[in-house]
Design a protein around this ligand. Structure first.
Ligand SMILES: [Zn+2]
Length: 149
């Protein structure tokens, strides 16, 4: 896909991440886009807000999109490299493409997804990196809880 398109879609995920930070949550956001570029769903990590460790940004965006017969041609856009749980979701439902804002703070399953035929676009976006570095430095215990350390 064109990088310009990927960066444009990433803005939706970054807005979700920033909203999460403003709520005192973990600043990871995601959005699911359809084959024709329509926004299907968006969401953010809600571990803190809902006391729910299972609501990651990607699962929130996925649930927000509601039911679909097929995920062929859809794109999961996320501010941070997807963890194994969310990488599993991408493969389970056959999501075709993943746009990753950054993988420097945390490197999850994006290489595994690429090895299994998912198109992965890694953007190394400075805003995503800054959001996470700032968060991890201020909340190391919360971050370790989120990534299971
Ligand atoms: Zn996840």
């Amino acid at each position: 896909m064109e990088l310009e398109q990927a960066r444009d879609w990433l803005r939706t995920a970054v807005a979700e991440a920033r909203a999460g930070r403003a709520e005192g949550g973990i600043p990871i956001g995601a959005a699911l886009y359809g084959p024709d570029g329509e926004l299907l769903g968006r969401g953010r990590n809600r571990r803190v807000q809902d006391g729910d460790p299972a609501t990651h940004a990607e699962t929130a965006a996925f649930r927000d999109a509601g039911r679909r017969r097929s995920y062929r041609g859809t794109t999961m856009v996320t501010t941070l490299s997807p963890c194994w749980y969310c990488s599993g979701l991408v493969r389970q439902f056959g999501i075709s493409r993943v746009v990753v804002g950054e993988a420097g703070t945390f490197s999850g399953g994006h290489a595994w997804l690429a090895a299994h035929g998912v198109e992965v676009v890694l953007l190394d976006d400075p805003a995503c990196g800054a959001l996470m570095r700032e968060f991890v430095a201020a909340n190391p215990g919360l971050w370790n809880e989120d990534i299971g350390l």
